[in-house]
Write a protein that binds this ligand. Structure first.
Ligand code: NIG
Ligand code: FE
Length: 411
């Protein structure tokens, strides 16, 4: 099936070749004004200026974009999309003054989500998550990573990962799965960390590997959760099963998570609200992507990630939503992009690159998604008429996504 899309006001992130963008490269967002685009069998075939359309066969079906701006769909490389219940009670506790760590210490937070998840059936979890995923696709998300980590038991973690596997099967967009058994210690292992780590490594991992349920291994590396040494032990076990680390690091404290991730050859270290000099230098000198989660910083009233410093030092950064019931109950990547500009001072071009191409690389999808490149999957956002690229993050409260195309078909 062919489709010729005409009258595109601006075609964003057009690249003949794609690669992970670091430092200053992130500010270059190649654009074609007044463009056409041809989609064939779900893939991007060719593009150019409207004035050069003459060579195309006249029989091709045409869709008139009527001045929409067209860009690659968002690649959301860090979410906890599978969860059993919202946690707005804790949200109110936080308004009244409790911290994230205090709520967690009371048995709230991740443990609260784990209790409810273990009591919820796989089918219900799947239905809830599938609804959420469809909503996100309408908001322009065209690839997503989803973590386990609300099971914290062998059965619970397997249940979550089987839900993610079902999402992979049904979803028209690529889904990647991360095993986050080491999200926190369940109450019965509060005083027996080694016991829980052994459960993760000896009981959960072999089963997950045997059923091919995960692409990555994740650990919440944080004071009061998993230390850098524990993170290293768990990730090495994951690596031995072919799971590359993508870890939670430097969210609440600078406790060495980034350095541990870099030393492990992690695909990404995610969060990075609390970066010290050492962590920044470790990331800058590595192939690891720093994934920034501004809506989590916003929701927890944490300092925003030091995006400008990271870029000045030459890091490769991506943007993701961290969609989860505790620290970012929104998977809206349009908001993530806006917030990164407003609060982290990313330029609109940088933010779009970080949320598309670099996000794709943070899921090993950089060769198939994240830019307007011949041969890549035609997952595209069509905006309402907007005057400029900067208008997207500027008008942060409006939904500017008019239509979304997935695999060459409007959803
Ligand atoms: O990425 N920080 C650890 N995990 C999640 C939050 C999980 C939760 O509160 O349910 C995060 O912010
Ligand atoms: Fe997270």
């Amino acid at each position: 099936m062919n489709l010729l899309i005409t009258n595109i006001h601006q075609l964003l992130n057009v690249r003949t070749e794609s690669k992970l963008l670091r430092g200053e490269e992130l500010s270059q967002l190649p654009v074609i004004r007044n463009a056409f685009l041809v989609v064939e069998n779900g893939l991007i075939k060719e593009y150019g200026e409207m004035s050069s359309i003459g060579h195309l066969p006249s029989a091709m079906p045409v869709y008139d974009a009527q001045g929409a701006t067209v860009l690659p769909t968002w690649c959301d490389s860090h979410t906890h999309l599978v969860f059993a219940a919202s946690r707005e009670t804790e949200f109110v506790d936080k308004i009244k003054g409790l911290s994230y760590a205090e709520i967690a210490a009371k048995g709230g937070g991740i443990l609260n989500s784990a209790t409810v998840l273990n009591a919820t059936t796989e089918d219900t979890l799947f239905e809830q998550a599938w609804q959420r995923l469809q909503e996100l696709m309408k908001l322009g998300t065209g690839a997503i990573e989803i973590k386990s980590g609300y099971g914290l038991t062998v059965a619970g973690e397997l249940k979550m990962l089987r839900v993610i596997k079902r999402l992979k099967e049904i979803s028209p967009i690529p889904v990647k799965a991360s095993f986050l058994g080491a999200h926190t210690y369940p109450l019965e292992f509060k005083e027996n960390h080694t016991g829980y780590i052994n459960l993760v490594i000896d009981e959960m991992l072999p089963k997950i590997a045997a059923e091919k349920l995960a692409d990555y291994i994740d650990v919440f590396c944080e004071d009061g959760f998993f230390s850098p040494d524990e993170t290293t032990t768990i990730c090495r076990a994951g690596i031995s099963y072919g799971l590359r680390p993508k870890i939670h690091a430097n969210q609440l404290r600078a406790s060495g998570g980034t350095q541990a991730g870099v030393a492990l050859g992690a695909l990404s270290v995610d969060h990075l609200e609390t970066m010290d000099e050492d962590a920044i230098l470790a990331l800058a000198g590595s192939a690891t992507i720093g994934t920034l989660l501004p809506t989590a910083a916003f929701f927890l009233r944490m300092p925003f990630q030091p995006a400008r410093v990271l870029l000045d030092k030459g890091c490769a950064i991506a943007l993701a939503s961290d969609y989860n019931p505790g620290s970012s109950p929104s998977g809206n990547m349009n908001l993530v992009v806006a917030m990164s500009c407003i609060q982290m001072k990313l330029l609109p071009e940088e933010a779009i690159n970080a949320a598309t191409l670099n996000g794709a690389y943070a899921m090993d999808l950089g060769e198939v998604l994240g830019s307007i490149t011949p041969g890549k999957i035609a997952n595209l956002i069509f905006t309402k008429p907007i005057p400029s690229v900067a208008y997207l993050p500027y008008a942060f409260g409006s939904n500017l996504v008019e239509k979304v195309m997935i695999n060459g078909v409007f959803i």
